[in-house]
Unconditional design. Structure first.
Length: 262
């Protein structure tokens, strides 16, 4: 099962959800693989290292210079979560591929085939652009989820373009379903958040009931490379992350494997 977080708006918590939900999935006993498809390599910095680039980053797999198995990093900052990392050079590869007339949006999907049966869930983090890499993510995924920062009136600007892009991706990948919009930095006490929550339903077929509150724990955690669950299991935001992860599992039809012996 492959899911992707996608929204061409920057800073809406695609990466934050990828990492935190990955941790929550692993705590449900699932085998999780995160793939960094963003040339900013934020997931790689937080899950692996900000100083070192991975030995075999995703661009080497996409360019045919390494196998996907070689790219998997098993020891990451989150127990039970494996990573295929990226480096800044992913941007060069994207430029090259974009100018290749027969570059395929199903390139990533083909490369992922050997790892799909190995993991319960693969999460693709995407860049803030409706670009070749995001198209490849959507051409590989079973479900796409769209994070939205609910504290800004502008968060739904461009939603039409994203919905059209997702619909277009379905021609390459008819399996792709829209899993739902996920409200982040959500504060029900704030009028703007309630307004955005209401308006989201007009743009997106489904909006998750669980929302992620605004919290300083995300930034605090980033400083020490920890997820909110690793920082404090009993915080409001941790409970929210677990709820989001469980709602996603319900939508995509994956059951918890908590307590299983590996
Ligand atoms: N629930 C939250 N509360 C407070 N801050 C948050 C929350 N979620 C994310 N942030 C902060 O918002 C910023 C952007 O988050 P993040 O990098 O996850 O977004 P993104 O959509 O992946 O961005 P990009 O489009 O650049 O890849 C980060 O500084 C992060 O710490
Ligand atoms: Mg990001």
């Amino acid at each position: 099962m492959i899911i992707s977080f996608a929204n061409h708006k920057g800073g809406v918590a695609k990466t934050t959800l990828t990492l935190n939900v990955a941790d929550a999935f692993a705590r449900e006993g699932l085998d999780v693989l995160v793939v960094d498809l963003d040339p900013q390599a934020n997931v790689t910095s937080l899950l692996y290292s900000a100083e070192e680039t991975p030995g075999v980053p995703i661009e080497q797999v996409l360019s045919g210079n390494a196998s996907i198995a070689q790219a998997v990093i098993e020891k990451t900052n989150i127990d039970g979560v494996h990573l295929i990392g990226a480096s800044l050079k992913l941007a060069n590869l994207e430029r090259q591929l974009q100018s290749t007339p027969f570059a395929s949006t199903s390139l990533l999907a083909q490369k992922l085939v050997p790892v799909v049966p190995v993991y319960d869930i693969i999460i693709l983090d995407t860049p803030p652009a409706l670009s070749f890499l995001t198209a490849n993510a959507l051409a590989s995924a079973d479900f796409v989820f769209t994070p939205l920062a609910s504290g800004s009136k502008l968060s739904l600007v461009g939603a039409d373009d994203l919905v059209a892009f997702i619909n277009q991706a379905r021609t390459a990948n008819p399996r792709l379903k829209f899993g739902g919009a996920v409200l982040t930095r959500h504060d029900t006490r704030k009028k703007v958040c309630r307004l955005v929550q209401g308006a989201t339903k007009e743009y997106y077929d489904h909006v998750l009931l669980a929302t992620m509150p605004a919290t300083t724990d995300v930034d605090k955690g980033q400083i020490v490379n920890r997820t909110v669950l690793q920082l404090e299991r009993d915080s409001n935001v941790s409970r929210a992350v677990v709820e989001i992860a469980r709602e996603i599992m319900e939508i995509i039809g994956i059951k918890s494997k908590k307590g299983r012996t590996k």
